[in-house]
Structures are given as C-alpha cells and as structure tokens.
Design a protein around this ligand. Sequence first.
Ligand SMILES: Cc1ncc(C[n+]2csc(CCOP(=O)(O)OP(=O)(O)O)c2C)c(N)n1
Ligand SMILES: [Mg+2]
Length: 598
Amino acid sequence: MAKSVADFLLQRLRDWDVRTVFGYAGDGINGLLAAWERAGNRPEFVQARHEELAAFEAVGYAKFSGRLGVCAATSGPGAIHLLNGLYDAKLDHVPVVAIVGQTARSAMGGSFQQELDLNSLFKDVASEYLQTVMVPEQLPNVLDRAIRVATTRRTVTAVIVPGDVQELEYRPPSHSFRMVPSSLGVSPGIPVPAEEDLRRAADVLNAGEPVAIQVGQGARGAAREVEQVADVLGAGVSKALLGKDVLSDEPRWVTGANGLLGTRATYDMMQGCDTLLVVGSSFPYSQFLPEFDQARGVQIDIDPTMLGMRYPFEVNLHGDARAVLGALLPMLERKVDRSWRDTIESNTTRWWEVMARRAHVDADPINPERVLHELDALLPDNVMLTADSGSVANWYARHLRIRGRMRGTLSGTLATMCPALPYAVGAKFAHPDRPVIALVGDGTMQMNGINELITIRHYWPRWTDPRLIVGVLNNGDLNQVTWELRAMGGSPSFEASQQLPEFPYAGYARSLGMTGIKVDDPDGVRSAWEQALASDRPCLIEFVTDPNIPPIPPHATWEQAQKTAKALLSGDPDAWRVLTAGVRSKAQEFLPGSGHDR
Ligand SMILES: Cc1ncc(C[n+]2csc(CCOP(=O)(O)OP(=O)(O)O)c2C)c(N)n1
Ligand SMILES: [Mg+2]
C-alpha cells in the first residue's frame, strides 16, 4: 500500500526521535489515527481525558525530559481545548508542537461542521510558526520547521492538516520550482557575548558590594558556575519559582524563593544589596527586586527579547547562562569582606527555623504548612514534584527543599489551575523509573483533576516505579483567591464563588484501584506520606486542611494588613478564625529564638 501523508507524518516524527504524543481522537484526525494503528502505535499515542490535559501532559513531559513535547487534537472543539495548555507552554518557554486536524479542503470556507478559522485561533499562541499543510509536498518542511522553531526558540508551534490531506498519497518535494525540500536535525547554538561586553559586566560586579544574585529556569545546567560566581562575589542566590530546582536548597547562601511566595531571607537580601545579577529569570515582580536607584544591575538571558525589562539593568548580556558565567568567572575579583555572605547565611538558617514553627501552628484540623513541611523531610533524592496554582504553590515554594537530583515545576507564568496532575503524567512518561508527587487543591481536583486520575489508573502498570502520589489539600475553598480577595481587594470572602462542594477524593481514588488515604488529624500527616512512598501503586492522600492559615508574604506590608483587617471586619464569615490563625503564623517570626526578636 502506498504511504499516505499521515503515514509519512508519523514516520517523520519517529525520525525526529519523538517517542510520545499526548492526544485525543476526533474525525478531524481520523486519517492520522488510522496511520497510527498501521504504525503499531509508534510514536506512542497517549490518550488523555481532555485536550487541555493532553497539552499539559506534553508540557510536563517537555519540562521534565528536556525534549520536545507533542500533542494532537481534532479540529474545532479539540483545537479549542488545547489552547490553555499551549499558552502554558508558550509563557514558560517550553517547546511544544501541536498537530491539529481541520475539515476537508473541499469544505473549507463553507461554515462546515467543526470548521473554525484555526489560523486565527492559533495565531497568537503559535505566533512563531503556524502552517496548514495543503498538499503532500509541503509536509516535510512544515513539520521540520515546526519542530526546529519550537525547539530552538523554546516556544509553541502548530501544524494543521486537513482531514482529506491526511489520506492523500505522500509525494516528496521534487527538485523543481516552488518546491521546498527539507532535512532533519538541529544543533542549537550556545551564544556568548563579546569580550568587551563581558568586561563591562565584570566591572559592575567587581565595583559592587554587597551583591545579590537571582536565578531562574534559564540557569538550569549552570549550578556549578552559579555557585562559583556567588562564592567569588560573596553573594547569596535567590530563585524564581520556575528556577526552584536549578540549585539545591542545602547551602545556606541559597535564600530560596523570591516574591509574594518567597522567603524573608531573599527579601532582606534584595533590600540590602547594591548590585544585582539576574541569570535566566524573567521574574516579573519588580517590587521584590531592589529599589530602582538602589543597585546597579547585570542581566544574562538566552532570549534577547527578555532582556532589559523588569529592572533598569546597566548591562544586558545575551547568552547561555553556563557559558556566560564561565567566561565571566576569570574576570571577577574575590570579595575580601565576607560579612554580607555571613548575614545571608544566618538569615537563611533563621528562615528555615521560622518555617518549622509555622508548620506547627495549631489549625483546624490540619495546618497545610505542616503537610508540606512533613513531606520535605521524606522527599526521595530523585523525586519529581509538580505543584498547582492554588495556595499549595506558597507551601511548595517555601517548605520544600531541593536536594540531590530532585526536579520540580509548576505553571510559572500563566499560573493556570490544573496542570499539576497532567504534568505528573508527562513526567512519568519522561522518567517511568522515578517517583513523582503532585500537589493540588480541591478546586483543581474538581476542575479536571479527578478525570486525570483515570489516566493515571490507565497507564500506571507500565511505570517501573509505580509511585505517582497526589497530595490534595481539601480545604473546601478556592483558598488562594479567597486570600487575594481579602488582602488585595479589601473585600470579604464571597461564599457563592469561593466555597466548594464536598467530594470523596480518597474514596474515589480507591474506587479506581489506587491507594486512597484521608487524613484529618495532624499527627497522621507524616505516616500518610510514608505509606504513599511505600505504596506499590499510585496513591492519593486527601488532607483535610484549614482554609484560615494565611499565605503571608515574606514581608506583609501594613497596607495589606489593613486591607485584610477591613475585609474581615466587613463581614467575612471566618473573620475570627482567620485573625487568630494569621496572628499566630506571623508571630512565629518574632518569637524568642526566631532571630527577629531584636
Ligand atoms: C484556569 C484558572 N481559573 C482560575 C484561576 C484563579 N485561581 C487561582 S488559584 C485558585 C483557587 C484554587 O483552588 P484550590 O485548587 O482549591 O486550591 P486552594 O487555593 O484552595 O488551596 C483560583 C480560582 C486560575 N489561576 N486558573
Ligand atoms: Mg481549595
């Protein structure tokens, strides 16, 4: 039988060493599905429950494997469902290619069933490369370019293939006019700025004292160089959330997260420095960086379009973090006075002590900080962590310490709900031999999470390490937003929008054959995590947590405190419990022995 366009498309994906495609069926890609069957399911089609989840799975796979993520969906509704996951990839700079069906060419423009203007729909999310394959000869170039652009620019691209084109006989481009031949492969470059620009940066860093460093996911693979530069400059290093796993949290000069979800040690470092070095981070909250006239700044980024904003930097270096830091190192002079570094180290030590105290503040029934704090001590060195966009992101940022080969991620820029579970599934397809822990809220479970459990149930028997652990904070509330309403908006909690109906998360997991544990006693938290980590199958733990534990920013301002108080006084149903829990949590920073009691 002659090879169809769809057969060739799958062959070409295999040639690019694409092993997994996360997708969902529909007649807009029936030609592809038939070819998949003929190809013995290579690359493997992983069946999602919803196209958005397929896209998140592809993003998770790409984040944890460092490879390209690929997802597939049918025309019309399937294409629409992909969008949120694709935007998540685009905003976090993750390479993902979407392969999407379209109505047959003969029907296009005829308001046909499931016909949408896909070029308009994807125009923004796949702005770097978006193409419809209209004739077979076009295919290799369109697919190859989509893959090359996604990979080298770390972004989203989309290939649209009308249903009838999928079934045409494949013909390669010929050696003639208006044909575009194509070839496989790409070796991404490693940009390094010119010597004189490196020298300008070194001059700023040598002149400054004290120096603060902030790293993001762009510093991945440059941990050793960051450590050396921080040592020479006597600096501390804070991390943007997406960069949490680029550097171990064990050394005390690593101050942890920055921003609203950050640590006090980071906040103090940013307040006190006169020079700022930012490596591979587009951290957007400038109010958590030094005052604009306080520090001189140097930025290093692989993406020139991300340079020069966020802070009035003096030197903007376009380059690969590892290569640039390596080239800078010999130009840097060792700071003789180590007192700044000593202060940072004792601030970090103090911060972790405060965190331990906060985790043990009484709550009704369980303090969510305790859930993450207990987990921290038990994390396997090769664990992969995913966190969702509820209140758990605060506790993930503040209570979990990266060590060994640990990896961790979340939806850093889009901050969408519901990626943590599909990311975890993607992580398992990237590394079936490593444990993964997904941390989510009950709102996320009800949005799409309980559906993703079905996918976990479907695929787990093939994972060599079967541990996929889901930790659910069941607080009956869309808690992160409830707190935002209180702190930012000065309005009380609006029960109609914030309260969630009950659902038996652990019981539902058990009904699927997973281990399901419900914990409503703080003393049961640790043993539940231990049981999950010892389980021979995926496990869901439902922690009944107190919605009144506030995610207090590292340095809550008076203005925020006043707004929160105003919200509570104007009729918040949980006013009294919130006030007492908040005061008790905040007080941990000031109790004797916490270091702030001076
Ligand atoms: C798709 C999407 N919808 C809405 C939001 C706004 N949002 C952010 S966190 C959150 C609450 C999440 O609730 P839950 O999962 O229960 O976690 P909790 O904060 O209660 O721990 C909401 C509604 C969002 N980020 N993404
Ligand atoms: Mg909740």
